[in-house]
Design a protein around this ligand. Structure first.
Ligand code: NAP
Length: 540
């Protein structure tokens, strides 16, 4: 406690999701006086919030869980290859309880403003509701997909029935039976919801602005025997993830796209299409990501798969993306998504033909007709990666706002620091690999790096750490170069940082929010920085 009565710590972590939980564990173990401030009433972040039907991992559960504790790995039994949201939340609660982390967590603490005091070399954190905290270091673990975005259709507040963003799907059961439900959005979230509720609602109307490529999740239960095999293989599993560009067990097919005949490639894709998870993407030929002809060929293959699964040929064509190739936006994985459109109670409204004019008290008015609805679900995505930072209102040296510095996109050193904002460390931050790879694998790498740096700083008695601007420029150059190599540089969607619902985002402008150089390259860079004694950092 400071003399003025403000609660003060060595380190404050913002956010008790997957990153914040592991971060506080490492800090407590290392003997730091640290707390986590969490806006929600409980821990879990993404898995606390996203309670919509169908929400589940699309990384294999056993590659998503933490790897840091052998005991935890031995105790936890994943019940499905791609575990559903309730189990994921239970897992995170189990971890927090097992390691007694809750005493270091403060809930219902939404940080509103963070202000750097250069004289004192500390951050002041002001919370919604007026409470205040202070700390030498702040670690943000606010998540890349934590700020949901809504469209701004006229009349949204006049709808008579319930309507909410998927992120705010209520914890209490939502009555679906017999209801006329409208879902706006066909990203990874919309696709999960649509497939899950199609046979549970009266009528389902899907409002699709652009179709998305999507392939089968191929989920299955995990038996006791399989779980025992997974446990015995954990070291190998995590080593495989660390060595693969995407942080998964799936590895690219290095035989080379052009070394095989078209028939051989199709044979390979037939195998991959039936494999679980991101096999069809991460286990594919790497050329599909940068060679236009290769990408066209795989896109044609996936389009044929969609045509085989949708009974009405003209409807199938509406579900096939034309403006981007396969893998050029974040790939949603599905279970019976395309089959949902074969049901009599499911209808697709193509907003490219009949855009939404307004929301009415009774439903949605498009330029074509009025759709009577009882419930509207907005699966309209997130202000990805930088949204959480804009919301925090961070003021650094000379009162400069981070949101202003990042107006046209973030600028960081390895996704952890941004110069002008000393002692602020980001876990899974913009321009790290977190947004572009298997999230928790990158989180553990990031948390370990940040914790090791704080130990280094403590040993030397430093009180101020800031990235050198030239090191930041160098990293941003690498981020841009890695991005420009990929064909998806021309796509819309959150990989390029664009969201039509966020003021200030301009279509066609790339915000370079994530690093696409792959997990092994990223780890090599940050490990070298630590081994060399952090030359890119100004340590005082
Ligand atoms: P998203 O991929 O950004 O999709 C948003 C959808 O809403 C798009 O179809 C978009 O259309 C549509 N949309 C946005 N504004 C609209 C408007 N004003 N009018 C009509 N349609 C509008 O968001 P998301 O589906 O929530 O997924 C975001 C990310 O969350 C995923 O990419 C993934 O990384 C993560 N996620 C993960 C899982 C998992 O791990 N299991 C599950 C769900 C989500 P356009 O395409 O035309 O923009």
């Amino acid at each position: 406690m400071d003399a003025d009565g403000v609660e003060t710590h060595d380190v404050i972590v913002v956010g008790a999701g997957v990153s914040g939980i592991y971060q506080i564990k490492r800090l407590v173990d290392a003997g730091f006086d640290a707390v986590v401030l969490e806006a929600d009433p409980d821990l879990g972040g993404t898995w606390y919030r996203n309670r919509y039907p169908g929400a589940r991992f699309d990384s294999e559960s056993y590659t998503y869980g933490y790897s840091f504790s052998r005991e935890l790995l031995d105790e936890w039994h994943w019940t499905e290859r791609f575990s559903p949201q309730p189990e994921n939340l239970k897992y995170l609660q189990f971890v927090a309880d097992k390691f007694d982390l809750r005493p270091h967590m403060r809930f219902d603490c939404r940080v509103e403003t963070m202000t750097w005091d250069e004289n004192d070399r500390r951050w002041t954190l002001d919370l919604v509701g007026g409470r205040r905290y202070r700390s030498r270091f702040v670690i943000t673990s606010v998540g890349p997909l934590s700020i949901p975005t809504l469209p701004s259709y006229e009349g949204m507040d006049t709808f008579d029935g319930p309507s909410f963003h998927t992120y705010h799907w209520p914890a209490e059961p939502v009555e679906l039976a017999g209801k006329r439900v409208g879902v706006i959005g066909t990203g990874a979230t919309g696709i999960q919801v649509i497939a899950e509720i199609a046979d549970k609602v009266g009528e389902l109307t899907v409002f699709q602005r652009r179709p998305n490529w999507s392939t089968p999740l191929n989920n299955s239960p995990i038996s006791d025997e399989e779980m025992a095999e997974i446990r015995a293989r954990y070291d190998e599993i995590f080593a495989n993830c660390a060595a693969s560009p995407g942080g998964f067990e799936h590895v690219p097919d290095w035989r080379g796209f052009w070394n095989l005949t078209a028939d051989e490639r199709r044979e390979r894709w037939d195998e991959l299409y039936d494999q679980p998870g991101f096999a069809i993407l991460a286990g594919n030929f790497a050329e599909i990501f940068w060679d236009e002809q290769a990408n066209r060929e795989i896109s044609d293959y996936i389009a044929d798969r969609i045509r085989q699964r949708v009974d009405d040929p003209s409807l199938a064509e509406k579900l096939i993306p034309r403006d981007h190739g396969f893998g050029m936006q974040r790939l949603p994985l599905e279970t019976n998504y395309f089959e949902a459109y074969n049901r009599d109670n499911v209808r697709l409204v193509d907003l490219s033909e009949t855009p939404i004019e307004r929301i009415t008290a009774a439903g949605i008015q498009t330029t074509g007709e009025h759709h009577d609805l009882d419930l509207i679900v907005y699966a309209t995505g997130f202000d990805a990666i930088t949204g959480g930072y804009d919301r925090l209102d961070v003021r650094g040296v000379d009162g400069v706002r981070l949101g202003d510095k990042w107006r046209n996109g973030p600028s960081t050193y390895i996704g952890v620091f941004s110069s002008g904002f000393p002692n602020l460390l980001m876990v899974a931050g913009p321009q790290s690999v977190s947004g572009s790879t298997n999230f928790p694998r990158a989180i553990e790498t990031g948390v370990d790096w940040v914790t090791d740096l704080l130990l280094h700083v403590r040993e030397r008695g430093c009180t101020r750490v800031e990235a050198r601007p030239e090191a930041e420029e160098e990293w941003v150059d690498e981020v841009v170069r890695a991005h420009e190599r990929m064909l998806f540089r021309r796509s819309k969607g959150w990989f390029t940082g664009y969201n039509s619902n966020v003021a200030g985002h301009q279509e066609g402008q790339v915000r370079y929010q994530a690093y696409f150089g792959g997990a092994p390259r990223y780890t090599e860079v940050i490990d070298r920085a630590a081994a060399d004694g952090y030359p890119a950092l100004d340590l005082r």
